[in-house]
Design a protein around this ligand. Structure first.
Ligand SMILES: [Zn+2]
Ligand SMILES: [Zn+2]
Length: 220
């Protein structure tokens, strides 16, 4: 592709552009991952009481186990996750998802629940956009294609686009039957709430700032 080089701002090493997350990133993938590892460790060390959780306009942020992204969920849903031991409070309006998606994929042997192919994304059986909870019982391993194609389709409807051997009947048939629109590259709005689909650096940077600001405000 290209043999362009770039110097990482963090480790100061000169590496090919392929070692960087995106064209615009100034730190290498290793340093970027290290940043999330540190963040993850930090979150694991914090343990606040459930009573200290104060929602903002009825919502709290939930940060994923990889410490890379967050989303807002209703206060009541957050309480349920904490009570079930699936999340913990790390800041007055933030909880941390204790469910490790990576081990879920490992348990599934990286096999797509729908088509049986290689899968490394998490799909919500009941889409979060339709009230499905972001809990382990509602998550399956899925390939990227099935995940995008399913979108916020009902589980039963989606299952029916596979033949008895688990072979997909094709996107065209799926669209004809259920009217789902195939997502195109560059889609920035993720209606399913599944952030694994598209990792947008800008969103992450926004989140990083948010977390950093939150920690600056807090006493730790
Ligand atoms: Zn680096
Ligand atoms: Zn699949």
């Amino acid at each position: 592709m290209t043999d362009a080089l770039r110097r990482c701002e963090k480790c100061n090493e000169v590496k090919p552009l392929q070692f960087y997350y995106s064209e615009s990133s100034t730190i290498c993938n290793y340093c970027r991952d290290e940043k999330f590892r540190v963040k993850k460790k930090k979150f694991m060390a914090i343990d606040m009481n459930i009573r200290e959780l104060k929602p903002k306009l009825g919502f709290v942020s939930i940060i994923k186990n990889d410490a890379k992204s967050s989303r807002k969920i209703p206060y009541r849903a957050a309480l349920k996750l904490i009570e079930e031991g699936l999340a913990k409070v790390i800041y007055p309006d933030m909880i941390y998802d204790l469910v490790d998606n990576e081990s879920l994929l490992l348990d599934a042997n990286y096999t797509c629940h729908y088509c049986g192919g290689y899968g490394d994304t998490i799909d919500h059986v009941v889409p979060t956009s339709k009230g499905g909870a972001d809990v382990i019982e509602n998550k399956v391993c899925s390939c990227e294609e099935c995940n995008q194609l399913k979108s916020d389709m009902d589980y039963k409807n989606f299952k029916s686009i596979f033949d008895e051997n688990g072979h997909k009947l094709g996107k065209r048939i799926a669209r004809e039957r259920y009217g789902t629109k195939g997502k195109t590259k560059g889609v920035t709005k993720d209606i399913s709430g599944n952030k694994e689909l598209k990792r947008l650096p800008t969103k992450e940077e926004k989140l990083d700032n948010l977390i950093d600001a939150a920690f600056k405000k807090s006493k730790w």
